[in-house]
Design a protein around this ligand. Structure first.
Ligand code: AHR
Length: 486
């Protein structure tokens, strides 16, 4: 099969924020996974795990969404600032009814994203909070001069304001965030965003509105919100998970590790469906916003399986196999193809929750197959998308981009048995393969465990050759490959 890559045609820039992450107060997503407290025997800086920070730095994480998720609509930020002993202990009603100590709050979040070099994406509480609570929080975080809230921030040990890059107004307002109708949410959004004070005109806060439930094909939501509030929105946040949820989630979703071939392919088709969800939402956005002033943000995506046996059902702790790696690769390829509208995405979630990058147990930490996909795909961040035409083999997904004279092609062959051969043309200006990596494993459900942490890792790929402007590749079954040439 031959694909002609249009390397001389100007493509859209792949926003680095597509490689964003999501971290919620949920299970061990924050506590234990990121934050262990200053007095922990686990090596840390200001209570934040050193091993986790080091691993995340390798990914060049561009942005972290926090504090939720559903948790955001129960979060009252004041309980999470000031001396630890005075922080408010609350019940995390959405996630296992465990005690939330609030010892990881605003200051700890900014410390964490600063340690990993990421930008801030915070989510306001519009479910059980108020406009006043939100404006106070914004003032606390970003007001440079004298004011009640900035004085409180200084009193709590932080002199300079922080920068908020993205700010979400609500979360899943159509569901657990308030069960609102899109008309009502649109008005609420307009009201909240009116009071979102921009204290730093050089770094305006980018406003994200609640977008549709992609798993329910709720295009009416997109239509109404774009119509009624579109002109006040910077990004519309779609949520779509690869999960077996046609019955509203009452049936088991299937094990993350113990699955058969039909489940593998079902998960792949759920991942591929992201393309349709994005395309249909973009078509609606185009109707109201042909200039593409409003971006599409996929601020929750990933696999969602049954929790690991013996773990708290409210903690959403699942293992991560080669299947998850293929889902990540397919999804990132889809985002690249829609780079003209998709500006940010946040995989759910960064550590110990759903499709995680990292899993921790006490002082141990492992990198998941998904982590390695994010390593492999780093080179696409900020690059220019390259489109191609020609026949793509069945069960292969690919995307390409170029930056600094280098062309990177990533491919996912999700066929469980067949290898695939593919020829890329249009590369007369390129002479040398400079990087060639593969992620695969013997069995489809192989994963990294605390006893066997390196079962699924990146290896050098030797099945590609560049001859006379043609890149020929043979992709093994169930593999993800990235090749960079210059
Ligand atoms: O990521 C887990 C949960 O999924 C989030 O809290 C919520 O927004 C979504 O339903």
């Amino acid at each position: 099969m031959t694909i002609q890559l249009l390397t001389t045609k100007k493509g859209s820039q792949i926003s680095k924020y597509i490689y964003g992450q999501f971290s919620e107060h949920l299970g061990n997503g924050i506590y234990g996974g990121i934050f262990v407290g200053k007095d922990s025997r686990i090596p840390n800086v200001n209570g934040i795990r050193k091993d986790v920070v080091a691993a995340l730095k390798e990914l060049h994480v561009p942005v972290v969404r926090w504090p939720g998720g559903l948790f955001a609509d129960t979060y009252h930020w004041r309980g999470g600032v000031g001396p630890n002993e005075n922080r408010t202990k609350i019940v995390n009603v959405h996630w296992g009814d465990n005690t939330e100590t609030n010892s990881f709050g605003t200051h700890e979040y900014f410390d964490f994203i600063n340690q990993i070099g990421a930008a801030a994406y915070l989510n306001a509480n519009i479910g059980s909070g108020s406009v006043r609570e939100m404006t106070d929080w914004i003032e606390y975080m970003t007001m440079p001069g004298e004011s009640p809230m900035s004085n409180l921030r200084r009193h709590n040990g932080r002199t300079d304001p922080w920068e908020i890059k993205f700010f979400g107004i609500g979360n899943e307002a159509w569901g657990g965030g308030g069960h609102m109708r899109p008309e009502y949410y649109s008005d609420l959004y307009r009201q909240y965003q009116s009071f979102l004070q921009q204290y730093d005109p050089e770094h305006p806060i980018y406003k994200v509105a609640v977008g549709p439930n992609g798993n329910e094909d709720d295009y009416q939501w997109t239509d109404t919100v774009m119509k009624l509030a579109g002109k006040y929105i910077d990004g519309l946040g779609l949520h779509y998970y690869a999960k077996n949820d046609t019955d509203g989630g009452t049936r088991p979703r299937g094990s993350a590790t113990d699955f058969d071939e039909s489940e593998w392919y079902r998960t792949m088709s759920q991942a591929l469906y992201m393309d349709e969800v994005i395309a249909r939402n973009i078509a609606i956005m185009d109707k109201y916003d042909p200039q593409k002033n409003v971006d599409l943000i996929v601020d929750e995506w990933g696999t969602w399986f049954d929790v690991e046996k013996g773990t708290n059902p409210g903690f959403l702790y699942q293992q991560n196999t080669l299947r998850d790696a293929l889902v990540a690769a397919i999804t990132l390829n889809i985002f690249h193809h829609h780079a003209d509208r998709v500006y940010m995405a946040n995989i759910a979630q960064m550590v110990n929750v759903l499709q995680a990058m990292l899993l921790t147990k006490g002082d141990q930490m492992i990198k998941t197959p998904t982590y390695y996909i994010f390593i492999m795909y780093r080179q696409h961040m900020g690059a220019e998308a390259v489109e191609g035409f020609g026949k793509v083999p069945n069960r292969v997904s690919y995307s390409a981009s170029q930056k600094d004279g280098k062309l990177t092609i990533s491919l996912a062959n999700y066929d469980l048995q067949k290898e695939q051969t593919i020829d890329f043309r249009g590369m007369d200006d390129f002479t040398e393969i400079i990087d060639s990596t593969i992620l695969t494993s013997y069995r489809m459900n192989d994963c990294n465990t605390f006893n066997d942490p390196d079962r699924v890792v990146l290896e050098k790929f030797t099945g590609s050759q560049l001859v006379d402007g043609q890149l020929q590749m043979t992709l093994p079954a169930k593999s993800v490959i990235t090749v960079t040439i210059r």
